[in-house]
Structure formats: C-alpha cells, structure tokens
Design a protein around this ligand. Structure first.
Ligand SMILES: [Zn+2]
Length: 245
C-alpha cells in the first residue's frame, strides 16, 4: 500500500468508533483530507501523539477507499497555547472555518495552509486578533480568485478618486460620484484603502505586517467579513459568541 508523507495542520478532530478519531488535516500537497487515527482516543497512548487540533506536523498516511489512515507523525509545532485565551481561540476557530471553505482544490489548500500558519503565529505573538482574522479573510478571497477590484473605480474606471468607497454590489472601490447611487457602499478613507491594497499586493509571509487605528480597523473588519461572506455565500457566526461574553 502506498505511503504518503505530507506536512499539514489538524483543523478538526471528531470521535470515531470507541477508540478512534477522524481528523481533518489541511495538507501541503493533498488538499484538505479526512484521516482516521486508530486508537488515538486512548489517553497517553502512542497513537494519540500529534492528533490534536492545532497540531502542525509531518504526517505519514496511507490511502483507504474513502479516507486516509494515519500511520505516524512528527510534530513540528502546535498552537495549543492559543486555547488559553477564549477571545484569541475564538478568532482562531473563525479563521479555521474560513480556511476550510477556501480549500477548493489542492493548490489553493497549500496557499491557505501557509497563510493560516502565519496568521496563527501572529495570534501567538498577541497581535490584535480582529486585525489578523480580517487580513486573513481578505487574503483568502485573493487566493480563491475573487479579490475585490481596487485598481480604479469599478463603475466608471476613473483613477482620480478624492473619496474612496467600497461597493459590495460592484465588488471593489468606487469613486464619490458612483458611490452616490450605491446605497450598500461604505466610505473607507485612505487608511483602509491602503490596507486593502497592501493585503492584496503582499505575499503570505508579510501580509500581517501592519497596524490600523481603532477607527480604521472597525471599517476594515466590517468590509472584509461582509466581503468574504458574500463570496462564500455563507455567514460566519463564531465571532458572535464574543458579544455574549
Ligand atoms: Zn466612479
């Protein structure tokens, strides 16, 4: 039976039978895969090693009919420390939800994995989690091929925009004139416009390297969440939990 080695991050674990777990691993070269980890629910057993959510490691798998089987692993790092803070952990869970939806094929999965690992590292360094998850959301839309249009006004094509707005209807920047007839558009100002441009023009390694004022972050996060929800045609509810705390 063919053995496959791949690096990956465990993004889900579910109990399966009495002693097994079914893992969802976001891998470097197989896309998002389901992996059965036999005997991994026996506490302290050798087979439970490396099978927890937020473990990043090199996994040795063999392919079954419907899913893969875990044959062994080397843990590279884990992000368990994120779970010690409920707010940070909720943002990490929100990012994982979006990441799962963005893995439409194996080439997008590899890019999503790299972006997610950099994002989790940024959370670990105590960067603002709302900013990190918002940057992640926007960059995901780029990875899946639906970035907002930001080169000029998406309606009239002018590059001379005194006041930039973001149009959800047109999926990009609009000038002050075109924004008038677009009730769903939001004025964003230069700070947020620059942040959006920066995220779209920067690769995953550097994409999180900026900060925003509180006011600009409010607008940036609102836009990026609504924009990815439109592209994915779903609503992400995890962050609502934070309002109940
Ligand atoms: Zn215009």
């Amino acid at each position: 039976m063919a053995i496959i080695k791949t690096k990956g991050l465990i993004i889900r674990e579910n109990p399966y039978n009495d002693t097994d777990k079914m893992l969802t691993i976001l891998t470097e070269n197989l896309g998002k895969v389901s992996v059965s980890a036999r005997n991994s629910r026996k506490g302290g057993s050798r087979s439970s090693y490396g099978t927890q959510v937020l473990t990043y490691g090199e996994y040795v798998l063999f392919r079954g009919k419907d899913f893969y089987f875990l044959n062994g692993c080397d843990v590279i790092t884990n992000f368990y420390d994120l779970s010690s803070d409920i707010e940070t952990f909720t943002y990490a869970a929100h990012m994982i939800d979006m990441a799962e939806d963005a893995c439409i094929d194996s080439s997008s999965a590899e890019q999503v994995l790299i972006l997610l690992l950099h994002g989790l590292n940024a959370l670990r360094k105590k960067r603002n989690p709302l900013l990190i998850s918002s940057i992640f959301a926007l960059k995901l839309t780029h990875i899946i091929g639906y970035p907002p249009y930001v080169s000029s006004c998406v309606s009239c094509n002018t590059r001379e925009m005194e006041e930039i707005s973001f149009s959800f209807d047109k999926c990009g920047f609009v000038c002050e004139k075109c924004a008038k007839g677009d009730s769903q558009s939001i004025k964003i100002g230069n700070g947020v416009a620059k942040a959006i441009l920066y995220v779209l023009c920067t690769d995953s390694g550097g994409v999180y390297n900026f900060n925003l004022s509180e006011e600009n972050l409010k607008i940036f996060s609102k836009i990026t969440l609504k924009y990815i929800e439109q592209r994915m045609e779903k609503q992400y509810k995890k962050l609502e939990f934070l309002n109940e705390l």
